[in-house]
Design a binder for this molecule. Sequence first.
Ligand code: GTP
Ligand code: MG
Length: 188
Amino acid sequence: GLKKKEVNVLCLGLDNSGKTTIINQLKPPNHSNHLGPLSEEWKHVSQTQAQEIVPTIGFNIEKFKSSSLSFTVFDMSGQSRYRNLWEHYYKESHAIIFVIDSSDKLRMVVAKEELDTLLNHEDIRSKRIPVLFFANKIDLQDAMSSVKVSQMLCLENIKDKPWHICASNAIKGEGLQEGLDWLQDHLK
Ligand code: GTP
Ligand code: MG
């Protein structure tokens, strides 16, 4: 058949924001890579997928396919001691997924600092790559709205890249499809 376009997606954000949980939801429940992230299958929430998740050490590479794209996702650790690994993958990335814990008010300023550092990096600054934000953990009682998260991160200041923010509950898989659809549209 036709060769799918190959895209590298960097998944970034502070530790505990839900990056790995999101990526796991994009994988088919049987963990094989034969089914694409946008198939009906991926919406299925398996309890094991949620329970297996542990803090990422360094990073993990996940591959999956949609109807038109072949994704290689770099699921980076958000722990401060590993954040210096992020920049090594900026050059080859075609898109960024930036995940925020909407309930973590105390560290919103840290998330903003990391985002600003990312956007000002020489390997990212000049590229018009799409940036998808997940305002994750909206199920938690003290979670901020995606509008509030967007304001706290000053996303309206991003003028040189297409960006989009989605509220999500990664455990239930809510909001992920909308985000991925947007990303796909901007990677064609
Ligand atoms: P690092 O690998 O350390 O950078 O963290 P991470 O961003 O990959 O976070 P991870 O996916 O490991 O999730 C951290 C914790 O948050 C886990 O206990 C998840 O079950 C939980 N979690 C993830 N998404 C959600 C969500 O939408 N709502 C709630 N309530 N918990 C979530
Ligand atoms: Mg992780």
